[in-house]
Design a protein around this ligand. Structure first.
Ligand SMILES: Cc1cc2nc3c(=O)[nH]c(=O)nc-3n(C[C@H](O)[C@H](O)[C@H](O)COP(=O)(O)OP(=O)(O)OC[C@H]3O[C@@H](n4cnc5c(N)ncnc54)[C@H](O)[C@@H]3O)c2cc1C
Length: 307
């Protein structure tokens, strides 16, 4: 198979693919339909940007001159006994529903947010006391160094709070295998409903564009608690504001640009820093070309994650 046979779009406005509804034009976006196509792209394209559901990112309004691979069409999922094998593009709610249909418990936390299995393993996503690392047993990766497909066990994935080996950049997740526990559908459903209800009361739904928690929790504390105490719920910038029910969420209220979003994040970061001398670390990642102002802000707020 050749790269040109794989679905792609040129000069593609990526904003509609992001949950923030913020972004610009990308030179080329590929949409592989399966692992074989994904691997062909990975072997032939130099340093592509890999994106899942774009639910944890700010994409630059100035766009991006490089090539992006979107995994969202790679949505095959298989149940084998108590194991679930999911391609990287399977979205959390679909994985959660599949587990429920097979009376398997362990994915209830994924019902409430849109991340893909690839993004969720990359971030070690978690909520309501469950993390994706709890059930993950093995992953199938593309090694960008050796250009080979490899399998590795959970013990080598360096899972931590919102961290996994994937963040080093060498490996791309192709699929993952999970081991869940048998449970009754009524118990699983009750947990899923509880999780959804909890979110409905404090978090914005996707109808109000957002990208989940803005900052990671600092050790032994909660970013939401610090932000709330610092009074950031009053803050806003052009076309963006802090969500009134949760100080660690910001929402796009109109046609926000990436610079509008970063300005607000910077105000939140600075408010907490001035009040508590704590420098919060963003959970949301920034991709694409930066304006001069974006460059300045990113230098400050991403300094802990810059290599
Ligand atoms: C309303 C809402 C609620 C949320 N609630 C939660 C929550 O409770 N808990 C939580 O943890 N998160 C939450 N999030 C954040 C987000 O959904 C997660 O961080 C999720 O894991 C991101 O997955 P994604 O597919 O959207 O990744 P993207 O945003 O597309 O990408 C995130 C990162 O993962 C990398 N990546 C994606 N796929 C792959 C792959 N196949 N291989 C290697 N790298 C890859 C990307 O390069 C990027 O660096 C929420 C988001 C929203 C919008």
């Amino acid at each position: 198979m050749e790269v040109r046979e794989i679905e792609a779009k040129e000069n593609f406005d990526i904003s509609g693919m992001t949950t923030f509804k913020v972004g610009g034009l990308v030179k080329k976006v590929y949409f592989p339909a399966n692992q074989q196509e994904f691997v062909v792209l990975l072997k032939n394209i130099k340093n592509p940007l890999i994106l899942g559901a774009c639910s944890n990112i700010i994409f630059s309004s100035q766009g991006y001159d490089g090539e992006v691979i979107s995994t969202v069409k790679m949505d095959s999922i298989e149940v084998r006994g108590t194991h679930i094998i999911a391609a990287c593009g399977v979205k959390g709610p679909m994985a959660s529903q599949t587990a429920y249909n097979s009376s398997l418990s362990g994915f209830e936390f994924m019902i409430g947010f849109p991340g893909t299995i690839g993004g969720n393993v990359y971030m070690n996503a978690g909520a309501h006391g469950q993390n994706i690392s709890d059930t993950c047993v093995e992953v199938c990766l593309y090694d960008t160094k050796s250009k080979e497909v490899i399998y590795i066990g959970k013990d080598k994935l360096a899972f931590g709070y919102r961290h996994s080996l994937l963040q080093d950049g060498r490996y791309i997740l192709l699929s993952a295998e999970f081991e869940l526990k048998k449970a009754s559908q009524s118990e699983i459903k009750a947990l899923m409903d509880r999780n959804l209800e909890f979110r409905k009361n404090i978090q914005p739904s996707l109808a109000t564009p957002n990208a989940g928690s803005v900052f990671k929790n600092p050790e032994n504390d909660s970013a939401g608690r610090l932000l709330d105490k610092a009074g950031v719920k009053e803050l806003c910038a052009d076309n963006v504001k802090v969500w009134e029910k949760h100080a660690n969420f910001i929402v796009n209220t109109g046609n926000a640009t990436s610079e509008n979003v970063l300005e607000l994040i910077y105000k939140m970061y600075s408010t907490v820093k001035d009040m508590y001398t704590i420098e919060l670390e963003p959970e949301i990642k920034f991709f694409g070309k930066k304006s001069k102002r974006e460059e300045e802000i990113c230098k400050q707020i991403y300094k802990k994650t810059q290599k």
